[in-house]
Design a protein around this ligand. Structure first.
Ligand SMILES: Cc1cc2nc3c(=O)[nH]c(=O)nc-3n(C[C@H](O)[C@H](O)[C@H](O)COP(=O)(O)OP(=O)(O)OC[C@H]3O[C@@H](n4cnc5c(N)ncnc54)[C@H](O)[C@@H]3O)c2cc1C
Length: 419
């Protein structure tokens, strides 16, 4: 039995130990309706409303924070119901500090070790604070419940089409079941993912995306359930392949690439080489962070904001968007509630460090990866185990202090990129 904070996994079945509404939700909450979620305390609606487009991770996290701060919030989601597809994700333990008890029930497993492989070489990193494997559909349901309880109003089957300034506030055009309608908002938050229509409507340039493919497989017998494996194969992808166990039976095996068709071809070959049988497929395009996307625009005196994938708030070194998307969502909620910009400034520094690391790694050849793995001496591995990738700047300094040759290797990577 694996014991986790807040709940235990008994033979792969999560048993939540929270009480009250959260517990009731876990027992009955798989079939929420829009009406149920919108039935929180009444708030003045109409022109003073903050309209959030996108009812997924970043949008719901923003909705809960803004509604808890006392604003009227309306979430528009194009999907007909709250029925998010399942997706296995890995996050650092930073996630525990970001979410409440109910959302913590999305944690399926804990990861205590990383095994890194490249061309026959390997290194093991033991994590002081375990990484968490979470299930996205459970997380989204819990966040929707939290936002609903704070008073956010939900409209499913409502697609955002465009926006325009009006005398006071913004006019928001939507499509409901093929019928066009218009809403009024004080401000709009675009949480509508990598191909954000809000961003386009408000004049932001499109963000670049890369394909991510993931298959659920049976956990290989030689892989412990608390160990994530990462393979660097630069001939296939400048990113990496991963295997993340979600339980002692199942794991997610995935890759990030640059071109959709090549990525799938390499992925199929690698799956076959490893002898893994896909049970289920998951995939989508993920934004690539290249520079800070300013999260706020002024439209005729009213504000439009972006959060999550819509603002490319993704750690581009490892392509993780949950923790950083939540940080962006908190930052925007703070800005709307006039609580300062500290979180956004810190997130910007963090994303810039990940971009530096990605640039250093992106043009590595096989030899460079071999050198990198060889250079991970005991003290460098200690840094990787002590400090997680959501504190990238601190981690980078600590690594370079403990293994200065890594700085030279990184510099070589940056120069290779320039060429
Ligand atoms: C297979 C896979 C594995 C991943 N693994 C990890 C991982 O291990 N760790 C990690 O941290 N991250 C991971 N990610 C990335 C992470 O899932 C995303 O960064 C995160 O979910 C983005 O959330 P979001 O709310 O910003 O956007 P999205 O989840 O894309 O949500 C956008 C929402 O907006 C809605 N919408 C879109 N257009 C409109 C419109 N016009 N009107 C109304 N609604 C609209 C959509 O229906 C959707 O609900 C993974 C992604 C994928 C695809």
């Amino acid at each position: 039995m694996v014991r986790l904070r807040g709940f235990a996994i008994l033979f792969g079945t999560p048993v939540h130990v929270a009480s009250g509404v959260g517990q009731l939700f876990l027992l009955t909450g798989l079939a929420n309706t829009v009406t149920e979620l919108g039935s929180g305390p009444a708030k003045a609606r109409g022109e003073n409303e903050v309209v959030i487009v996108g009812g997924s991770a970043a949008g719901l996290y923003t909705a809960a924070r803004v509604a808890q701060g006392g604003c009227a919030v309306r979430v528009l989601e194009s999907k007909p119901t709250l029925d998010p597809p399942q997706r296995t994700l890995i996050v650092t333990d930073h996630f525990r500090r970001q979410v409440n008890g109910a959302a913590r029930a999305s944690i399926l497993n804990e990861i205590r070790r990383f095994e890194l492989f490249t061309n026959g070489r390997s290194a093991v990193v033991s994590l002081e604070r375990p990484d968490l494997i979470i299930e996205r559909s459970r997380l989204i349901r819990a966040l929707a419940r939290e936002a609903g309880e704070a008073g956010a109003h939900f409209e499913y089957g409502t697609r955002f089409l465009g926006l325009a300034p009006k005398d006071r506030g913004l006019r928001v055009q939507v499509d409901r079941d093929g019928k066009h309608d218009e809403l009024h908002a004080q401000s709009v938050v675009g949480a509508d993912g990598a191909t954000s229509r809000v961003a386009r409507a408000a004049g932001w340039p499109a963000v670049e995306t890369v394909p991510l493919v993931q298959a659920l497989i049976q956990l290989p017998k030689d892989c412990p359930a608390d160990t994530t494996r990462v393979w660097f194969v630069p001939d296939d992808t400048p990113y990496f392949y991963w295997l993340i166990p979600e339980s002692s039976e199942r794991a997610a095996f995935g890759v990030i690439g640059e071109q959709g068709r090549d990525t799938k071809r390499h992925f199929d070959r690698f799956l076959e080489k490893k002898g893994f049988e896909p049970l289920e497929w998951q995939g989508a395009r993920i934004p690539v962070y290249r520079r800070w996307v300013s999260v706020e625009r002024n439209l005729g005196g009213s504000k439009v904001y972006l959060v999550g994938d819509a603002a490319a708030q993704v750690k581009v070194s490892t392509i993780g968007g949950i923790v950083t998307g939540f940080r962006g969502a908190r930052g925007v909620a703070d800005a709307i509630l006039r609580k300062g910009r500290g979180e956004l400034r810190a997130l910007r520094r963090e994303l810039a460090t990940h971009w530096l690391v990605r640039r250093a790694l992106h043009h590595f050849h096989q030899d460079d990866y071999c050198r990198l793995v060889d250079m991970l001496n005991d003290s460098a591995r200690e840094s990787l185990g002590e400090i997680n990738r959501d504190e990238a700047t601190r981690l980078l300094w600590s690594l370079v202090r403990r293994q200065p040759r890594l700085a030279l290797l990184g510099l070589r990577g940056l120069l290779l990129g320039r060429r």
